[in-house]
Write a protein that binds this ligand. Structure first.
Ligand code: SF4
Ligand code: SF4
Length: 578
């Protein structure tokens, strides 16, 4: 029997789980349109590889990941791509995001799938991670972190793989129904993940209010003889399903602040993720559907197996909800869910629950804000916080926009569980302030990254200009030094030497021409017995040649000629003076 530990804080909540677990899970009706956001996960959004008008098959890749921390998107059914544009999505900011819209053809025609993997042990762990990545599997407990990344421990050894079946928020029962109805598949998926991680053992944690799921799992573990898997019931205290809280309850170990479970040799995955891994490896089936709880003010609260991209309004109608009376729809549970601003928002890979028109007492987060009163410093929030934070201090500093101080108080350790909200007698929407502060800090960090990059570019440019200037100065200095060392060297010397070289080349060419002419002066042959006319022509040619030579000599030696002229003039002068 495993010893269990208790995390500090937490709250006891009304469960509201009976209605939705009263009947088995059915597939939801195929919608006319599927809206598939390019970002349904943590990391970079995927990039579309289809265009408007393209026909697609069920399971076909329609958007590919753009980095390691990203996930592909697949068509959830066959049909035609009718839009790739911004569409409302579930996000606290209520901003739209780019989605691929498929008009379904009702035929559910699958893409061609690979044969089932006969024995995954024959594949290396990296191949399994690759298959899991290609299937677009992300953490289905709500975080949406790409599973292939979480299944890659790198150089770190994994001792324990924890499977999280502690679905602790009120109303949500999709994991419980999955555990009840697909227990064997979950065990197979868990074994595949264990092999990918090379983990020594596995622990499945289930809250003690899910007896049917617990027994179903125990039976399958027994049947498969997997003695390295332990199924453990944990107390039903909110938020036991938090990753760090469940790890502490099961092992007594604390994940370090700002660290990961892997830092203490543990990896934690959701039961839905294990099921998706099973489908991917055994059937080459990407993540295109999931179990979703539809609860609250609907005639038939239940769980449906829903294609990713199905508009939530379709599910509300299918469960007997009245579209004309919708006042508040929450995606997720009442503690951590997001209030939706548009009913055309689609189900994504991380949508676990659609909560329709939940009443004020049921939904602590949604009820607060308009009734908020001043903080009375009662300290209830600090007692309830499972992460040992001081929510009232975080609240003061977040409200004052003192973002350095909120970080000093470990804002980023807050898991946004809402326990502090729930117990606050002043009904202050504390988590709202914490989310606001986190968003502002992330935005500031992003701005700082951009500003740092711009400053680095500017500093590099300044350095380059400074270096160029210094090098120029050094060149001038070296030249000046050379001039000082050899005063005869003048600035125009290089120009003169070029002119001298040119002159020398001309003279050499003239010498070559002269030599040629001298060769040509060799008396011509065959000049005997010439006629008078021939002799006259020869004489004329000789005369022209000798004239040319004389002229060339004059041109070639102007100095000599000038000297000769001068001498001639001088001699004339001397003659005349005599
Ligand atoms: S529970 Fe509310 S009123 Fe009490 S200290 Fe915290 S924030 Fe203030
Ligand atoms: S929301 Fe954050 S601060 Fe509030 S109880 Fe949960 S972890 Fe603590």
């Amino acid at each position: 029997m495993r010893r269990l530990f208790q995390f500090r804080g937490g709250v006891l909540l009304k469960e509201h789980k009976r209605d939705a677990t009263a009947q088995s899970v059915q597939p939801a009706t195929l919608p006319k349109r599927l809206v598939l956001p390019l970002q349904q996960h943590i990391g970079e959004p995927a990039e579309p590889i289809v265009a408007v008008g393209d026909k697609v098959l069920k399971g076909q890749l329609i958007a590919k990941p753009m980095s390691f921390i990203s996930a592909p998107v697949h068509a959830s059914s066959s049909g035609t791509v009718v839009a790739i544009t911004e569409h409302p999505v579930s996000h606290p900011s209520q901003l739209n995001a780019v989605c691929i819209t498929i008009e379904t053809d009702g035929q559910e025609r699958w893409k061609e799938r690979q044969q089932a993997v006969a024995d995954y042990h024959q594949l290396p762990p990296e191949k399994l991670r690759e298959m899991i990545r290609d299937a677009g599997i992300v953490g289905m407990g709500g975080a949406g972190f790409p599973s292939h990344v979480k299944l890659n421990p790198g150089q770190k050894a994994v001792d324990t793989l924890v499977l999280n079946g502690a679905e602790c928020e009120p109303y949500i029962t999709c994991d419980e129904m999955l555990l009840r109805e697909r227990a064997l598949e979950i065990i197979v998926g868990l074994r595949i993940m264990r092999y990918a991680l090379q983990a020594k053992r596995c622990i499945i944690g289930i809250e003690n209010n899910k007896a049917a799921a617990f027994h179903a799992l125990q039976e399958q573990v027994r049947n498969t003889g997997a003695d390295f898997i332990e199924v453990v019931q944990v107390p039903t205290v909110y938020p036991t399903g938090g990753e760090k809280q469940l790890i502490h309850v099961l092992t007594g170990k604390e994940v370090p602040a700002g660290g990961l479970p892997l830092d203490i040799g543990i990896v934690c995955h959701n039961v839905g993720t294990a099921y998706a891994v099973y489908r991917a490896i055994e059937f080459d089936e990407p993540l295109i559907s999931r179990f979703v709880t539809i609860a609250g003010s609907v005639a038939r609260a239940r769980n449906l197996e829903v294609l990713i991209g199905t508009p939530i309004i379709d599910l509300i109608k299918e469960c007997g909800g009245n579209p004309s009376t919708l006042s508040r729809v929450i995606m997720g549970g009442p503690m951590m869910g997001i209030a939706l601003h548009d009913e055309s928002i689609p189900v994504t890979k991380v949508t676990n629950c659609i909560l329709v028109n939940a009443t004020i007492s049921d939904v602590p987060l949604a009820s607060k804000g308009s009734f908020a009163m001043p903080c009375i410093r009662c300290g209830n929030c600090a007692v309830a916080c499972p992460v040992d934070l001081l929510p009232q201090q975080l609240y003061w500093h977040a409200r004052a926009k003192d973002f350095d101080k909120v970080q000093d108080y470990n804002l980023f350790d807050c898991i946004e569980c809402g326990c502090c909200d729930y117990v606050c007698p002043s009904q202050i929407p504390l988590v709202h302030y914490f989310r606001f502060a986190k968003t502002e800090i992330w935005a500031q960090q992003q701005e700082k990254i951009l500003a740092d990059a711009a400053r680095e570019r500017h500093e590099f440019r300044e350095l380059r200009l400074e270096r160029d200037k210094r090098e120029k100065q050094e060149r001038h200095k070296a030249k000046r030094a050379a001039l000082t060392a050899n005063p005869k060297t003048k600035a125009g010397d290089s120009k003169d030497s070029a002119a001298d070289a040119k002159k020398a080349a001309i003279q050499a060419a003239m010498k070559r021409a002269q030599a040629k002419r001298e060769v040509n002066n060799i008396p011509p042959k065959n000049i005997d017995n010439l006629t008078a006319d021939q002799q006259r022509k020869v004489d004329e040619a000789d005369r022209r040649r000798s004239d040319d030579q004389a002229e060339t000599k004059v041109k070639a030696t102007p100095q000599t000629t000038n000297q000769a002229n001068t001498q001639s003039k001088n001699s004339t002068a001397q003659d005349s003076s005599q």
